[in-house]
Design a protein around this ligand. Structure first.
Ligand code: GKR
Ligand code: MG
Length: 420
């Protein structure tokens, strides 16, 4: 077989999966007992190479990935620009948002890079220009949470090993556990759950418990401009950055005019066309990238250069995810010379149900060592994948619904943004 023949894509298989998730609270409600993802396996014509990818789950994203699976067979796995363009063109008639199309093209790009790495015997970080650090720092991602998923429809309550966190003492205890189990040194609190003064108190309690450690608060746009300005004033000198206090580029720009700390976003600048207006308005000082929709790992590396050019800090946020995503996040973060802040990760909440062979990735001392094996450096556990797929099928879940799940227990709950 010619070298090019070996690099052609034979088939892209998408496996929808579900895995356990604790009752984490946010501005939309509460996480359901299961989180959804899709696992990509990109098989090459050489008959042995398979590139892995991981994306958000749910029927809509799954169907778009299936469109991609029809487009890519026969294409050269090194031709990622053409592959992204072909998928983008196939989705364009039904998916007008470039951000939305980005979720699909990004997942395929990661699988292509994993396959390229396996073919060449090089880690993905090498394909991104080389690792400039051999381990990547992550922040503990703290959530207000219930002690357990309450009993529902004949299903017994589902406890977990993290316990309840509904006040400052609970959040500090959760942070201690995170540090004890994974050595985290930076902390992000998901806010937008309780009235702002309670969340300010939780951040102050963290500052007291972990003096000098970087802290972030992210209410996912639960506040008005006025409330955001109030919280920013109250937390002057305590937060390294305030994440998405309010919605839209103009709203964030108004807050930024008086906020004493940098503002960060993974909500108002989420596609390339948002960058210019975001920068011109002075809406953000830190961009929280996410390779799952910015176009994949190479585009994330390019995004880092754009941020550098405009004097924006760079960090990374996460969604509920497993090890293929963590490996991809680690490789790209390792290859970005100016990573200004630690990345955040949901991994401690979900890692028990991972579908990769254990051992390749470990969150220790608040860091993940960059895998040095070929590609992403992680291997799929076929039995674990099959189990997670079964859980998905049996669950009948079609999409994430934090608000609907909250209303099962609190029927009076309404999603309201901004709430305060
Ligand atoms: O898992 O509830 C959550 C988070 O709120 C997640 O959905 C966000 O996308 O963590 C993300 C964020 O930084 O906004
Ligand atoms: Mg965020």
């Amino acid at each position: 077989m010619s070298a090019l023949g070996a690099a052609r894509i034979r088939e892209l298989t998408i496996t929808p999966i579900a895995f356990r998730d604790p009752p984490l609270l946010n501005a939309d409600g509460v996480h359901e007992p299961l989180a959804l993802r899709c696992v990509l396996q990109l098989a090459l014509e050489d008959g042995t190479t398979v590139g892995l990818g991981e994306s958000t789950g749910g029927t809509v994203r799954l169907e778009r990935l299936q469109v991609a699976a029809r487009v890519v067979p026969g294409m050269d796995v090194f031709d990622t620009t053409a592959i992204a363009a072909a998928i983008d063109a196939a989705l364009l008639p039904t998916v007008p948002s470039s951000h939305e199309r980005g979720w699909t093209t990004s997942a395929v790009e990661v699988a292509c890079l994993d396959a390229q790495g396996k073919l060449t015997g090089r880690p993905v970080s090498d394909l991104l220009g080389g690792a400039v650090r051999d381990s990547v720092p992550f922040a503990a991602y703290l959530f207000y949470k219930w002690a357990e998923h309450p009993a529902l429809d004949g299903r017994p309550a589902v406890p977990d090993s993290w316990g309840e966190a509904l006040d400052p003492a609970g959040i500090v205890e959760q942070a201690r556990l995170m540090r004890e189990r994974h050595g985290f040194r930076d902390f992000k609190l998901k806010g937008g759950v309780f009235p702002p003064d309670e969340e300010i108190a939780a951040i102050r309690a963290l500052a007291e418990a972990f003096p000098g450690r970087p802290l972030r608060l992210d209410p996912n746009t639960a506040w008005t401009v006025e409330t955001s300005r109030y919280v920013a004033r109250e937390l002057d000198g305590v937060l390294e950055y305030l994440e998405d206090p309010t919605a839209t580029i103009p709203g964030m720009a108004e807050v930024a005019r008086t906020a004493p700390m940098p503002l960060a976003t993974n909500m108002c600048v989420v596609a390339w066309e948002h960058l210019r207006p975001g920068v011109e308005a002075g809406a953000i000082q830190v961009l929280l990238t996410d390779h799952h929709y910015w176009g994949g790992l190479r585009r994330t590396r390019e995004l880092a250069a754009v941020c550098e050019a405009f004097g924006l800090g760079l960090s990374m946020h996460s969604n509920s995810h497993l090890g293929i995503s963590l490996a991809a996040m680690t490789h790209v973060a390792a290859a970005i010379p100016r990573l200004d802040h630690s990345c955040d990760t949901h991994y401690p909440w979900n890692s028990a149900d991972d579908i990769i062979v254990p051992g390749a990735l470990e969150l220790r001392d608040g860091c993940v060592k960059v895998p040095t094996g070929p590609g992403l450096g992680v291997e799929l556990d076929p039995d674990a994948l099959e189990r997670a797929h079964r859980v998905y099928v049996d669950s009948g879940m079609k999409s994430r619904d934090d608000t609907g799940y909250m209303r099962r227990f609190h029927p009076e709950y309404v999603r309201k943004l901004p709430r305060w």
